[in-house]
Design a protein around this ligand. Structure first.
Ligand SMILES: C/C(=C\C(=O)SCCNC(=O)CCNC(=O)[C@H](O)C(C)(C)COP(=O)(O)OP(=O)(O)OC[C@H]1O[C@@H](n2cnc3c(N)ncnc32)[C@H](O)[C@@H]1OP(=O)(O)O)CC(=O)O
Length: 277
């Protein structure tokens, strides 16, 4: 695993391009692999992971030679979602929900940076892909999954609307509002075959054939004119964004924290307050 060298003379770029405590980077010519989590046990989303991912994505602006960005997970699962202790502690110490809102804003910046990077982004999914993990993957241009993938959006069961990364709109753009409504409201598990039918996975392969499936995308992508790919990606994202709503901005932090508190005590949430006229 090789760290990406810093651009000559740019000290600021050194840190973002290095393997950190939260992510592992590996540059292979024009392909940058980012493994979420430094060890196989690190498979939840922490603020440190968001910070490191954002730094790498920003640094990519200055590296047009990096043409493909591959996101993978560590260990048995791609990602188990937001680190529960971290977001529950954020709420416990700040019952107004501001800290949670700040975390979600950061997640939104990461997702938008992923959406806007010139590199073609590929999510390589395996094992469990839960909550924030699915949200992040939805922002990738292409998604390949092992046939053992299991997906779930458990936010509502935790007392929260699924707001992470503003992904509700992105998921709807990818899979359609009817399917996403069912998956978000019920929080039910779904497998790789279902994800492929919904358009959340473009390709499904056995776990030991997943790298070959991803490589079969990378080879032709590297033969295409970069300008044509970037413009096409921008145009496609324009259509996806048109379907997006400003759900993150609509969230009421007070309501959100009250709901999480109720979820923790096992009570049901009260009806929302009437909208003031
Ligand atoms: C809230 C926002 C975004 C989100 O992402 S919400 C989604 C958060 N994720 C979850 O709620 C997943 C919770 N985990 C589970 O449901 C289960 O752990 C599992 C993934 C189905 C695995 O179940 P299993 O029975 O196989 O194993 P364990 O339950 O014993 O878990 C193993 C081990 O992993 C730890 N763990 C799992 N998920 C998390 C997590 N999200 N954060 C922290 N730790 C997690 C679990 O505690 C166990 O650890 P041990 O040390 O072994 O006890 C924001 C928004 O949308 O706005």
């Amino acid at each position: 695993m090789t760290d990406i060298p810093a651009t000559a003379g740019s000290a600021d770029l050194h840190r973002p391009f290095a393997t950190t405590t939260a992510i592992q980077t590996d540059l292979d010519g024009p392909v940058l692999r980012i493994r979420l989590g430094a060890t196989p046990e690190d498979n939840t989303f922490t603020v440190a992971l968001l910070d490191d991912l954002l730094a790498v994505l920003h640094a990519l602006h200055d590296r047009p030679d990096i043409r493909v960005l591959l996101l993978t997970g560590a260990g048995d699962d791609f990602n188990l979602g937001a680190e529960r202790t971290e977001f529950q502690t954020a709420l416990a110490h700040d019952p107004t929900g501001t800290a949670l809102r700040r975390m979600n804003d950061k997640a939104l910046r990461v997702c938008e940076a992923l959406e806007n990077t010139h590199a073609i982004t590929i999510a390589r999914l395996h094992g469990r892909v839960i909550g924030a993990g699915l949200a992040l993957a939805s922002y990738c241009d292409l998604r390949a999954g092992a046939d053992d993938c299991r997906f779930r959006m458990p936010e509502v069961a935790l007392g929260l609307p699924p707001a992470w990364g503003g992904a509700m709109g992105r998921l709807i753009a990818e899979a359609g509002v009817s399917h996403i409504r069912e998956l978000m409201l019920t929080g039910e598990n779904f497998d790789a075959a279902a994800a492929q039918r919904l358009g959340l996975l473009h390709k499904v392969a056995p776990r030991d054939g997943l790298d070959a499936a991803v490589d079969s995308w990378i080879r032709p992508l590297l033969r295409r004119a970069p300008e044509a790919l970037v413009l096409t990606k921008r145009m496609l994202n324009g259509y996806a964004r048109a379907a997006r709503t400003a759900e993150v901005g609509l969230l009421d932090a007070h309501l959100l924290s009250a709901h999480l508190g109720l979820a923790q005590t096992g009570q049901s949430a009260p009806p929302p307050a009437p909208v003031p006229s």
